[in-house]
Design a protein around this ligand. Structure first.
Ligand SMILES: [Zn+2]
Length: 204
């Protein structure tokens, strides 16, 4: 990913960060999931896979299989973007379940299993989902899980697109005042402020 700026993690939800893996930070669209290698890098940065799993997949011989998983990830991303764009800004109704076929299809392939292990803190044991990481297709499962969490648990009224000119970044507004307008102040907020300042000056 060294030929691109670092990916954005401004969505305040992992599924929105995933949608933000294609964005237009400076007039030109940037794709952060070009191939399998990109997908592994992004999953590691998103903390959806650990460093050990990432390096195992990176050194695997079958690049073509990884690239095809990245292609599936991009397809799923655009399907999810369409769903989110259609439903954002209002509560999701149960009727939306009819449109969730591609998500349920991906979830159906999940091979993770629950395991009981020692915990820290006030509890001695805890239940955790474990993934096998045997096939590259499994890399799609943490993404599907994040998407499922988004559609079931997030308040869609609070999903917004950044108001920045040409910016396409999405986020879940978790601020107390529910008044978030920008992907980030550094990228779009300041740019809008400067533009407003210039407009005021030229009006004088
Ligand atoms: Zn923005």
């Amino acid at each position: 990913m060294s030929d691109r700026p670092p990916p954005f993690f401004v969505g305040d939800h992992p599924a929105l960060d995933f949608l933000n893996t294609v964005a237009t930070p400076r007039d030109v669209p940037v794709e952060w999931l070009r191939d399998g290698r990109d997908l592994i890098d992004w999953l590691e940065r998103a903390k959806m896979i650990g460093a050990g799993v990432a390096s195992r997949f990176r050194t695997a011989r079958n690049h073509r299989a990884l690239d095809s998983v990245a292609e599936k990830a991009r397809e799923f991303r655009e399907w999810l973007r369409d769903f989110v764009t259609r439903h954002k800004g209002k509560p999701v109704s149960s009727g939306a379940a009819k449109a969730l076929g591609p998500l349920n299809e991906l979830l159906a392939g999940d091979t993770s299993y629950p395991a009981v292990e020692a915990a820290e803190g006030d509890r001695a044991l805890r239940l955790r989902r474990v993934r096998r990481w045997e096939s590259p297709d499994e890399l799609l499962h943490p993404i599907a899980e994040a998407a499922a969490d988004l559609v079931c648990r997030a308040d869609f009224r609070l999903i917004r697109a950044c108001e920045g000119h040409v910016c396409t970044l999405l986020f879940l507004d978790q601020t107390k005042a529910r008044g978030r307008r920008w992907c980030s102040m550094a990228v779009c907020g300041n740019r809008a402020k400067a533009a407003a300042h210039r407009a005021r000056k030229s009006n004088r």
